[in-house]
Design a protein around this ligand. Structure first.
Ligand SMILES: [Zn+2]
Length: 64
């Protein structure tokens, strides 16, 4: 008989490119404003709204 442990956690890889730690974050904590520190390198991670807006108009290069 197998028992599957289905905790409501998300595996989030550390954003530090020099660190490969996977941090386990409870799903119910994942919302804007939540932050945690990596277990390994202690880098701070923040959850922010995922859209960035800039009023600058990007001029597209015309293809020749
Ligand atoms: Zn890390």
């Amino acid at each position: 008989m197998q028992v599957f442990w289905t905790a409501k956690v998300q595996k989030i890889k550390c954003m530090n490119e020099e660190c490969d730690e996977i941090n386990y974050i409870w799903e119910n904590k994942i919302k804007e404003g939540y932050s945690w520190n990596c277990n390994k390198c202690q880098s701070k991670h923040d959850i922010v709204l995922g859209i960035s807006f800039s009023p600058e108009i990007v001029k597209e290069a015309t293809s020749a």
